[in-house]
Design a binder for this molecule. Structure first.
Ligand code: HSE
Length: 309
């Protein structure tokens, strides 16, 4: 039996649309991600468990786990009879890389089960393809961090898909999911097809500056450069009172704040645990819209997908 955990992630990290992604783990050591258990069987079987399993499609063939299994079988050109349990702990359409958690955990588990016929690049390419089928376009900024951990820079070079870049060890990442869904496909459709030259230049300047600040370990510069000119102006209407919320949590002391992936989760950064706790309390009180919503204070998850138990 193999059990794999794949952590939640913050796509885009504000300044790198489809280019930056960060895996996260709550500081209180609760697991924020999906789990896959895989065992030999005489045919394919899937059981869904976990807090958000009731939101999964009823048909097995529409489940991400089935799609991963079926694609993997095609790639390695053999039928793999297995019994899989998905523990769906991540809310779907939350902006925390929920689909990526399921994709990554499933593919890592099947690959392990089969004694690793695919190398990590081949596996990541497959993860990106499946993510693309679900959200309408290939993007690696959730699957790469969930699989490889840390802060990932998506390169999509012929040899290298993604690489870890230096991050700031003392940053607390506060994430708040208000408790409702925003479909990534829909949130991608509302973005412009083209951007003006001045926006492209500004975006390049901020992203390049952020990477520079990360390598030269200048946390304040890096935090100031986390600004989103590509998605936030168009997506903020999908989030409850985004601008007021951002203003408030910056007043409390956040050094940065943005939309996590395609939302509606927001993230805030602080290098001070007391401020992070204050932000967390404020978000719990004013940003959550129902009882399923949650707030977590996180560190970056440097490990990514891993065996559990
Ligand atoms: N980069 C993707 C997007 C992440 O913003 O659409 C989705 O979570």
């Amino acid at each position: 039996m193999i059990k794999i955990y794949a952590p939640a992630s913050i796509g885009n990290v504000g300044v790198g649309f489809d280019i930056l992604g960060a895996a996260i783990t709550p500081i209180n050591e609760t697991l924020l991600g999906d789990l896959i258990t895989i065992e030999p069987s005489n045919k394919f079987q899937l059981v869904n468990k976990g807090l958000f399993s009731s939101k999964l499609p009823k048909k097995t063939e529409e489940n991400i786990v089935w799609k991963c299994w079926s694609k993997f079988c095609k790639v390695v050109k053999k039928n793999i009879p297995v019994s899989i349990v998905l523990e769906k702990n991540m809310p779907i359409g939350s902006g925390l890389g929920s689909s990526a958690c399921s994709i990554v955990a499933t593919l890592v588990a099947i690959n392990e089960f089969c004694n690793k016929p695919l190398n990590s690049k081949e596996l990541l390419v497959l993860m990106g393809q499946i993510e693309g089928e679900i959200s309408g376009e290939i993007h690696y900024d959730n699957v790469a961090p969930s699989y490889l951990g840390g802060l990932q820079l998506i390169l999509e070079d012929t040899e290298i898909i993604s690489q870890k870049i230096p991050s700031f060890k003392h940053w607390f990442w506060v994430i708040a999911w208000p408790g409702f869904k925003v479909s990534t496909a829909a949130a991608r459709k509302i973005l412009p097809k083209q951007y003006k030259k001045n926006i492209c230049i500004k975006n390049s300047r901020y992203l390049a500056g952020f990477i520079h600040a990360s390598y030269s370990q200048q946390p304040n510069l890096a935090a100031r450069l986390i600004q989103d000119f590509i998605a936030e102006p168009y997506r903020m209407k999908l989030l409850p009172n985004f601008l007021k919320t951002k203003e408030k949590i910056k007043k409390i002391g956040a050094i940065s704040c943005g939309i996590s992936g395609s939302g509606p989760t927001i993230f805030a950064i602080s290098d001070n645990i007391k401020i992070a706790q204050k932000i967390s309390l404020w978000l719990k009180k004013y940003y959550l819209k129902n009882e399923t919503g949650f707030v977590h204070i996180c560190f970056l998850d440097m490990q990514g997908a891993r065996k559990i138990g």
